[in-house]
Ligand binder design. Structure first.
Ligand SMILES: Nc1ncnc2c1ncn2[C@@H]1O[C@H](COP(=O)(O)OP(=O)(O)OP(=O)(O)O)[C@@H](O)[C@H]1O
Ligand SMILES: [Mg+2]
Length: 226
């Protein structure tokens, strides 16, 4: 369960990132975050991995208050919450296998467990044929799939995706969406910020509309008219 309670985020110079947001997201939900550029979507996602901390209010995942976690608990948070941002940074001098394995090495997993899990993940993102390729040998959409694989490899229960289809053509965007939807069907909670109205309208998931730092609409299984 994800809970934002009266969350405000101000950036330097009194710029509003989020303004008094309260929302609850249950385990296993798929939620789209939509709204104009500068509305606060990325801010909301970054609060969940403690890349930034709220100016006031609380952000909780289950019984953890994110801004109160100790430095020891932080790796556990990163394990629970996988994220894919638009500027996914793959390690260019490592293969696809190694890029996905990295997130498991950080968790201190043994090599046979890593191998097993990486192959499992490569199947989910449909890259099992390309395990020995390097990122520059892949298309942009395939690279995005590696980033998704890396995000879920540690068995993340929550997947945050910030415009994962931002630079992709429509066909590739749908492939990515299908993978994210499959990951959700396996039980992972998904929060996805997007400007892609077609995708939002077709999937009929919960939609949070954010404008000027506020949630102005929260619709279940509904369409979103821009
Ligand atoms: N690091 C920062 N320093 C100062 N202001 C910031 C910072 N990050 C975001 N902001 C401001 O906070 C507001 C919300 O930004 P945010 O990136 O969350 O919007 P967004 O909804 O993700 O927009 P987009 O659709 O363009 O990605 C904007 O006014 C933005 O300029
Ligand atoms: Mg953004």
């Amino acid at each position: 369960m994800i809970l934002f309670n009266g969350v405000e985020k101000k950036y330097p110079g009194e710029v509003t990132g989020l303004d008094s947001i309260s929302v609850r997201i249950e385990d296993g939900e798929f939620v789209f975050l939509v709204g104009p550029s500068g509305a606060g979507k990325t801010t909301l996602l970054k609060l969940l991995i403690r890349e930034i901390i709220p100016t006031s209010g609380t952000v909780c995942i289950d019984d953890w208050e994110i801004n109160k976690l100790s430095s020891r608990q932080l790796p556990l948070l990163r394990r629970k919450v996988g994220f894919v941002f638009q500027d996914f940074k793959l390690l260019m001098d490592r293969t696809i296998f190694e890029n996905i394995a990295v997130s498991l090495e950080i968790l201190g997993k043994g090599s046979s467990e890593i191998k097993e899990r990486v192959y499992e993940v490569m199947k989910i993102v449909h890259l099992e044929e390309k395990s020995n390729y390097f990122p520059k040998q892949l298309s942009f959409g395939e690279q995005q799939r590696v980033a998704i694989g890396r995000a879920i490899a540690g068995s993340a229960r929550i997947l945050l995706a910030d415009e994962p289809t931002g630079n992709l053509d429509p066909k590739t965007s749908w492939e990515i969406l299908k993978i994210i939807n499959d990951i959700n069907k396996l039980g992972t909670t998904v929060l996805m910020a997007t400007h892609n109205v077609d995708i939002v309208n077709s999937l009929k998931k919960r939609v949070l509309v954010i404008e000027k730092g506020k949630i102005v609409k929260d619709t279940k299984k509904s369409k979103y008219a821009k």
